[in-house]
Design a binder for this molecule. Structure first.
Ligand code: SF4
Ligand code: SF4
Length: 285
């Protein structure tokens, strides 16, 4: 194995930024052991894994967040762009540094559990922290998409960040006034939504999350919906109704979403749309 040059981590990070990442960090592979389930830790996927390089970016633009159509965000599929940066990093680690590099694919081996949690990887690499609504939020850029590379290279690691973006100052003020926050108000668990929580000593405490319900809204037009309508179509004896199921708007949108993207396109962004910490710090005119 080749020696790692002293400036290897810095050079790799510079390369990630010039390839399109907005943020980049390195997590210690061993740090996953306390948080990730067995078979979903770096060393389970790549023998001898030492570090995990994480990149974030390709997030919606300020204009996307304020667009009047809720469908707009669900049809952009920008996650692919940050995955391209991850692949390039893996290639660079192997060709320039001479260490094994495994690009973490965005899919799953089975069920819903990812090969490696990219949100956990982003947290451990110091790029953000989990919000009351769920997604990891970066302090400067807010909501982002993530990609990661597991490697045997002993890169310099970053520690998890200590000051979370959530709760944002306007959420603290809202809690004082109304005992709720924007995300809790837009999707309340006790009224058919998915989120429950509170602010305690200025920190967000999540007390409930209906993952199954959220999943049906985030992935309305996706594989599960396709399978369900396909089964109904096969069981439907009426020819006209079969036609409606196959050619209707739901199936059309679903097929469009599936074939357009190799990975998932989220279809509900409402908790992030109203979140003051999700859209980055720069004010737009
Ligand atoms: S993504 Fe949508 S359904 Fe899920 S918690 Fe956020 S607002 Fe609720
Ligand atoms: S709206 Fe955003 S910052 Fe505020 S509590 Fe919810 S997730 Fe946290």
């Amino acid at each position: 194995m080749t020696e790692l040059p002293a400036n290897a981590t810095k050079r790799l990070k510079t390369m990630a930024i010039s390839a399109g990442a907005a943020v980049v960090g390195v997590a210690d592979a061993a740090a996953f052991d306390a948080h990730a389930p067995a078979r979903h830790r770096p060393a389970d996927l790549l023998p001898g894994a030492r570090t995990v390089v994480v990149v974030g970016g390709a997030q919606p633009r300020a204009g996307d967040w304020v667009a009047t159509s809720p469908w707009l965000l669900s049809t952009m599929g920008t996650t692919e762009r940050i995955q391209g940066v991850g692949r390039r990093l893996a290639q660079s680690i192997e060709s320039e540094l001479g260490y094994y590099a495994l690009y973490v694919p965005p899919g799953t081996a089975s069920g819903d559990t990812p090969f490696l949690s990219l949100m956990l990887a982003a947290e451990l690499a110091g790029l953000g922290s989990r919000s009351l609504a769920g997604p990891i939020l970066n302090r400067e850029h807010g909501f982002m998409y993530w990609s990661a590379v597991i490697t045997t290279a002993p890169l310099e690691v970053d520690g998890p960040e200590t000051a979370p973006a959530c709760p944002a100052p306007p959420c603290r003020e809202m809690w004082e006034r109304e005992h709720t926050t924007p995300c809790l108000r837009v999707c309340p668990l006790h009224e058919g939504g998915c989120l429950a929580g509170r602010l305690e000593d200025g920190r967000a405490v999540r007390t409930g999350y209906d993952a199954a319900r959220c999943n049906t809204r985030v992935h309305t037009h996706w594989v599960g919906g396709f399978q369900k309508v396909l089964e109904e179509t096969l069981n439907e004896p009426d020819r006209e109704k079969r036609k409606m199921l196959v050619y209707g708007d739901f199936m059309t949108r679903t097929l469009w979403a599936i074939t357009y993207s190799s990975t998932n396109i989220a279809q509900c962004f409402e908790c992030m749309r109203v979140c003051p910490a999700a859209h980055g710090l720069k004010e737009m005119r």
